[in-house]
Structures are given as structure tokens and as C-alpha cells.
Design a protein around this ligand. Structure first.
Ligand SMILES: [Fe+2]
Length: 293
């Protein structure tokens, strides 16, 4: 049986793990200790590490895990050439296929948050998905988790393609533009919008409540979005990651901005309704300075 586990670390990060009951693959292991604990608890052996991009909260566990389990690490050619992925790394290009035992991944270009950012599509899906809870968040400095993780079955996520998107797309939002421009972000959003709406979005941060609060601030007349935010705020520690692309296509303001006339952007009434690039540029700038009340 194939299982997806989303392991919470620190205050809002997730490490995603796929396993076939015996061997496991981790995506963006920010912290080696957390991966080791979950592997040991479930009597799994690590087979590979996949990185979406070079930020330390995604690659921090690479070296310790590679040393302990002697496994390959995969990352984008861009990040490998820039020598910014720790460990001995195998480069991947856009469109590449990666086959590791039962697991087949396609590599997608997701460069905007950083220019080496890639995403991984796992089309086969899993029989069982488990969301990990952040009820007792660790301080960002923690290197040892010291406790067992609590996971809840997420039946809505089973038997669907899974997109491991790192920090390129979040539930209700997208990653900050550290290296890319709005043009790059537009391309990334179009890539994800063209994926099967059935897909699971396995992103790397629990930013959903703040993102939806931002969405409500720019789409104040969108009652369904307000209803979604109210539901989330009534259970503030409930994990939301992973989520579904179909939900994002209906509620994520950055994806809504792709469709002319799909939404009224209250904060920018002068923006041409036919210009998604300008909408996205302004949305990202507004989100960068947004404070949740
Ligand atoms: Fe990042």
C-alpha cells in the first residue's frame, strides 16, 4: 500500500514522505531528525531525497540523511550548478522522469520563488494519505522533535495525482518572489492551473489561514471565501496541508487572477481585467505587506 505522510516541523513547515510499506522517499527534508523518527516508527527505509529548491528549511536534513541511509538526492540542474544543494546531488531538468521503485515522478518547472525551483508530479496517487498536526509546534531552532507525531487519515486525498510544489504554490496563495519576477510567477501559476483539478497540492508551509485572510481582503464580496476562512479560523490548529487543486482554482486569488473577469479585485480597480500579469504583480506586492488582523 502506498502512503503519503505530511510531517509537520517547526511552526509551519511540512516534510512530505511517500512509502510503499517498506521503502520511503522524502520531499524537502528540512530536519533529518523528524524524518528518522517517522521512518523508525513505521519500520521504513529511506530510498531517496527530492528537493524542490535550495532554501535551508527544505534541504537542512540532506547531508545527515544521505550519510545515514546512503541515498541519492535529486534537485534542479540550476540549483546543482549553483552549488546550493547540500550533499551529493543528481541534477534534474524540466520534463525529466524520475523512477525510484514503485514511484514515478515528472519534473515541472516552478521557477519564480527561486529560479531553481522545480515541482514533482506523482501521477499514480496513494491509497492512504495522512495529515500531520501542528498542535505542539517546535521553535524554529529545534533540531530534535522529542515526541511522536500525530497523523490523521485524509480520505479526500487518496487516489489522486499529487503535486509536490514546495514553496511555489500554497493553499490560498503562492511563494514570495525572492529571485523570479511576476512574469515567472504567471508561468508557474499557468502550469499548475493546467494540471488535473483532481490533483493534491502538497506544499511546504501551513500558511493557509493567513492566505485566505488576504484573499478576503482583496475579494471582500466573495462570500464563499469568507465562509471558508470562518471555518478554518474556528479550528485554528487543524492541519490544512495537503489540499486539492480544485479548491485552489476556486479560492486562491493568484489562480483566480489568471481568468479575466473571474473576480473583482477591490484593491486595484484600475487594473485592466484582461491583464493577468498586472493583477498577479499587484497581488504579490499586496500579499508581501499584508498583516492579518
Ligand atoms: Fe523557500
Amino acid at each position: 500500500m502506498l502512503t503519503l505522510r505530511s510531517i509537520p516541523i517547526w511552526t509551519d513547515n511540512y516534510i512530505h514522505m511517500l512509502d510503499n510499506g517498506r521503502h520511503a522517499i522524502v520531499i524537502d527534508p528540512g530536519l533529518s531528525e523528524a524524518v528518522r523518527e517517522v521512518l523508525d516508527e513505521n519500520e521504513l527505509l529511506l530510498s531517496a531525497i527530492l528537493n524542490t529548491h535550495h532554501h535551508p528549511d527544505h534541504v537542512g536534513g540532506n547531508v545527515a540523511l544521505q550519510k545515514r541511509y546512503n541515498v541519492p538526492i535529486y534537485a534542479s540542474t540550476y540549483d546543482v550548478e549553483a552549488k546550493r544543494i547540500p550533499g551529493k546531488v543528481t541534477p534534474l531538468g524540466w520534463g525529466d522522469e524520475l523512477n525510484i521503485m514503485d514511484f514515478n515522478f515528472q519534473v515541472l518547472d516552478a521557477a519564480a520563488h527561486t529560479m531553481g525551483h522545480i515541482a514533482y508530479r506523482f501521477s499514480k496517487g496513494v491509497e492512504r494519505a495522512l495529515r500531520g498536526t501542528h498542535e505542539t509546534p517546535m521553535p524554529k531552532s529545534a533540531t530534535n522533535t522529542h515526541e511522536r507525531y500525530a497523523f490523521k487519515l485524509a480520505p479526500d486525498l487518496a487516489h489522486r495525482p499529487i503535486l509536490f510544489v514546495g514553496d511555489s504554490l500554497f493553499l490560498g496563495g503562492c511563494g514570495r518572489l525572492f529571485e523570479g519576477k511576476a512574469e515567472d510567477l504567471l508561468g508557474v501559476l499557468q502550469t499548475f492551473a493546467a494540471e488535473s483539478p483532481e490533483s493534491v497540492i502538497a506544499c511546504a508551509h501551513e500558511y493557509t489561514r493567513k492566505n485566505y485572510a488576504f484573499g478576503v481582503s482583496v475579494l471582500p464580496d466573495y462570500d464563499l471565501l469568507q465562509g471558508m476562512l470562518d471555518r478554518l479560523m474556528s479550528s485554528p490548529t487543524q492541519p490544512t496541508v495537503p489540499g486539492l487543486l480544485s479548491t485552489e482554482l476556486a479560492y486562491n486569488p493568484f489562480l483566480l487572477a489568471l481568468t479575466p473577469g473571474a473576480s473583482t479585485l477591490e484593491w486595484a480597480p484600475d487594473v485592466d481585467a484582461e491583464a493577468p500579469l498586472e493583477r498577479i504583480r499587484r497581488l504579490r506586492a499586496a500579499r508581501d505587506v499584508f498583516e492579518q488582523r
